[in-house]
Ligand binder design. Structure first.
Ligand code: NI
Length: 258
C-alpha cells in the first residue's frame, strides 16, 4: 500500500472548536494551526458564519472540517422539530454558500438532541470526550493540563475559538501532544466503529510483518506498517483499536507481507 497519510493508530485525536467564528480569535487560531500544519474541526454558529464569511472561507481553504452548531446556538431538544430543523438547515445553507460543500456533521449545542430530530436531517452528530470547560476560565495553564493529562487515543477535544485564552490553550495543547507523538485529524477520520472490525483477524497476524490499511468512504486514512515482532507485547495485537468511535461504517483491509 502506498499514498495517504501514515498515522500511528494508537495516538490519534481530533481537536474541535465550537461557537465561532469570531474574526479576531479564529484568525489567530488559524494562523497557529497553519504554522503547525494541524487540521481541526470547527462547528460554526450560523449567525457568526454569516457575519464572518472570509474566516469561513479561509477555514475551508486551509483544509479544516466545517460542521454545524445551529444558527443561533439553541438547545435543540427544547424547541419543536420544525424550528430545530430550520436552525440546522439555515446554517447548512450559509456554510454551503461560502464553501460550496454540503455540511455532514453537527455538534448539537450542549450535546442535546433527539433521535426524532436526527431522522429529519441527514447529518451525523459529533459529541466530545474531553471537555476542559475552557469557556469558564481564562486560566490557559489549567485548560492545557485538563486536556494533556487526560487525553488518550481516539479522543475528541472540545474547545471554543471565540476566546483568546482558549486559542492560546489550543496551540499549547497541540504542541504538547505533538511532542508526545499524537497526530491530529478531523472528526470524519475518527468517527469509525471499531466494533465492526473482526478483531480476531489481527491475532493470526501477530508474528508477521503486516501493513494494515483502513479505508473510510474509499479514502485511505490509516496505514500502519510495522513488523509486529518489533512491537512491545502490549502493542502486538491491534486490540487497542477498541473504543467508542461513533457509528460510521469502517472498511478494513489487511495486507500481509512475508
Ligand atoms: Ni456551543
Amino acid at each position: 500500500a502506498s499514498g495517504g497519510n501514515d498515522y500511528m493508530y494508537d495516538r490519534i485525536v481530533a481537536i474541535t472548536f465550537d461557537d465561532g467564528p469570531c474574526s479576531r480569535t479564529t484568525n489567530r487560531l488559524l494562523d497557529g494551526l497553519k504554522e503547525r500544519n494541524v487540521k481541526a474541526t470547527f462547528f460554526l454558529v450560523g449567525e457568526n458564519a454569516e457575519s464572518n464569511e472570509k474566516v469561513v472561507k479561509r477555514m475551508y481553504e486551509e483544509g479544516h472540517l466545517i460542521g454545524n452548531h445551529t444558527y443561533s446556538h439553541i438547545k435543540l431538544d427544547e424547541c419543536n422539530i420544525s424550528s430545530a430543523v430550520g436552525e440546522i438547515n439555515k446554517t447548512n445553507e450559509i456554510i454551503k454558500s461560502i464553501t460550496g460543500e454540503d455540511v455532514k456533521y453537527i455538534r448539537p449545542p450542549y450535546g442535546a438532541y433527539s433521535d426524532k430530530l436526527l431522522s429529519h436531517v441527514n447529518m451525523t452528530p459529533v459529541l466530545w470526550s474531553i471537555d476542559p470547560d475552557d469557556w469558564a476560565t481564562t486560566d490557559t495553564a489549567y485548560v492545557v493540563k485538563s486536556v494533556v493529562y487526560k487525553v488518550k487515543n481516539g479522543d475528541i477535544i472540545l474547545l471554543h475559538d471565540i476566546y483568546d485564552s482558549s486559542v492560546e490553550a489550543a496551540l499549547e495543547i497541540i504542541d504538547r501532544l505533538s511532542s508526545k507523538g499524537f497526530v491530529f485529524v478531523t472528526v470524519d477520520h475518527l468517527m469509525l466503529d471499531y466494533n465492526k472490525i473482526n478483531k480476531t483477524n489481527y491475532y493470526t497476524l501477530e508474528d508477521k510483518s503486516v501493513n494494515i490499511v483502513f479505508t473510510f468512504n474509499n479514502e485511505k486514512i490509516n496505514a500502519v506498517k510495522k513488523r509486529s515482532k518489533s512491537l512491545p507485547p502490549e502493542e502486538r495485537v491491534v486490540h487497542r483499536l477498541e473504543g467508542s468511535f461513533g457509528n460510521v461504517w469502517l472498511n478494513v483491509a489487511l495486507e500481509q507481507y512475508s
